[in-house]
Design a protein around this ligand. Structure first.
Ligand SMILES: Nc1nc2c(ncn2[C@@H]2O[C@H](COP(=O)(O)OP(=O)(O)OP(=O)(O)O)[C@@H](O)[C@H]2O)c(=O)[nH]1
Ligand SMILES: [Mg+2]
Length: 444
């Protein structure tokens, strides 16, 4: 998710796991790597050093209490990291209509996030309206309308009105019928007087239940100043971080929000509307460290499949009786969930073990899979081992693809099959409850 930061952290965990004995020298060298990794992810050096000191102290003091030394070390790293990114906080939808106002600078992701939030709550059974208050940028209303159409949520905009307060007045009565109203506002290059006045006017008229600042992850440490300024000026309490996909500065933005006492409620992890999740510090860190996070997987799976589908799919998957028909069903589910890598990263024990080729599987590759699978016989689908030589030729011809495409599909299937046999169902059971200290051991 965070590019280099994530890989480096996973590398450190692997290094610890692969060590047969610990001495002070090794501990120091691993901690040095850790602090370098944090600083290169834009975490403030002082914070990184104090983090390292805490870890070091705890490793010495808590040695041998419950875990092996390795487990203890990894647990402490995990625990201290969750502390520096702050506690998770969920929005409690406790009034109707619940009014959410998104604010932020130009291009931070407000409009995209409005639609992501709308979809998120629509899925949870709320009646949602999108309200377009960006009267500043010419194309803003059209952008919101298009997004609203995509997710089938009504969008309230007026192309002729110049003043956001008038837009709110105009739709006030109609909007009162909804459970949640999500308002998209205009950005500026900086939080200047004009923007501050505009947001204040909107606040007065709209009376949001919750004003949320939208910050892109790539601003790193400067999130601290922005969060503070928006808090002081317009009383914003919570933050949504966008573009958590592939930035080197992710560590900086998270720690900065924590230091600015601006809790992160959601994160955006891509351009697609599905690329959005609640921010859960424990799940997030365990994923960064390559420990997987079953809770997030279950939540995501719930969104894409029905609960029943997800249960069946995971039972099959983990029982090892997994054939191409199940693979096909899962592909369809994965498409709904977002990218394959975002799903794989959520499976405990699997993240970090899958080849980058499989993870990088492109949408267009997935698209080819459908015709290939439908060119196979039932026998081939249920017993993929028999698919060799001339069968591959026949299937490729039937699907109108190259033979290599059929081989790629079979490779991906085999890799996924291997993943499922690596996972110990007993460990999985232990993870099904909340991820806490006692269950942590199940991961090692
Ligand atoms: N990769 C990635 N791109 C994102 C994410 N969220 C938004 N974007 C992209 O960022 C760009 C700006 O997003 P908008 O939603 O238009 O931003 P905005 O804050 O409404 O911009 P203004 O209205 O001009 O202030 C778009 O190209 C989005 O697709 C995210 O989580 N990941
Ligand atoms: Mg916008």
């Amino acid at each position: 998710m965070l590019g280099g930061f994530e890989n480096a952290l996973k590398g450190i965990i692997k290094r610890i796991e692969g060590t047969s004995h610990f001495d002070d020298e090794l501990l120091d060298s691993i901690l040095k790597d850790l602090s370098k990794t944090l600083i290169s992810s834009d975490v403030e050096p002082i914070l990184a050093f104090s983090f390292i000191e805490h870890v070091k102290k705890r490793v010495k003091e808590e040695k041998g209490l419950k875990f092996t030394v390795k487990e203890q070390f990894i647990y402490i790293i995990y625990d201290e990291l969750t502390k520096i990114v702050g506690k998770s906080k969920a929005l409690v939808i406790n009034e109707k209509p619940y009014k959410i106002l998104l604010v932020g600078l130009f291009g931070s992701g407000k409009t995209t996030t409005s639609a992501k939030l709308a979809k998120y709550y629509k899925k949870r059974g709320f009646k949602i309206a999108l309200l377009g208050l960006d009267t500043f940028r010419a194309a803003a209303r059209e952008q919101l309308k298009q997004l609203g159409d995509k997710i089938q949520v009504p969008v309230f905009v007026d192309e002729s009105l110049k003043n956001p307060a008038d837009v709110i007045k105009k739709f006030d009565r109609e909007l009162s019928k909804f459970d949640i109203i999500i308002a998209d506002s205009a950005g500026r290059d900086a939080l200047d007087k004009e923007l501050a006045k505009e947001i204040k006017d909107i606040k007065r008229e709209f009376q949001p239940t919750e004003s949320i600042l939208v910050l892109p992850a790539d601003i790193g440490q400067s999130a601290k100043l922005q969060a503070k300024t928006f808090k002081e000026l317009v009383n914003v309490k919570n933050v949504i971080i966008t573009r958590m996909d592939g930035t080197a500065k992710g560590g900086g933005v998270l720690t900065a929000c924590f230091e600015a006492d601006a809790p992160i409620v959601f994160i955006g992890t891509g351009e697609k509307i599905e690329d959005f999740e609640e921010f859960d510090n424990k799940g997030f860190i365990s994923r960064l460290l390559g420990l997987g996070d079953l809770n997030a997987l279950l939540k995501k799976a719930q969104d894409a499949f029905t609960e029943e589908d997800a249960k069946k799919a995971s039972e099959k998957f983990f029982s090892g009786e997994f054939n191409l028909i199940d693979f096909y069903d899962q592909l369809k589910g994965i498409k709904k969930m977002g990218s394959l890598s975002s799903v794989v990263n959520l499976i405990p024990g699997v993240s970090g073990k899958v080849s980058s080729e499989l993870l990088g599987m492109q949408e267009n590759k997935l698209k080819k899979f459908e015709p290939i699978l439908s060119s196979m016989t039932y026998e081939e689908l249920t017993n993929p081992k028999i698919i060799t030589g001339t069968r591959i030729q026949r299937i490729a011809f039937g699907a109108g693809v190259a033979e290599q495409d059929v081989k790629n599909l079979l490779d991906s299937f085999r890799q996924i099959g291997k993943m499922s046999s690596k996972i110990n169902p007993r460990k999985l059971k232990m993870l099904e409850k909340n991820f806490d200290l006692s269950k942590f051991k199940g991961l090692m």
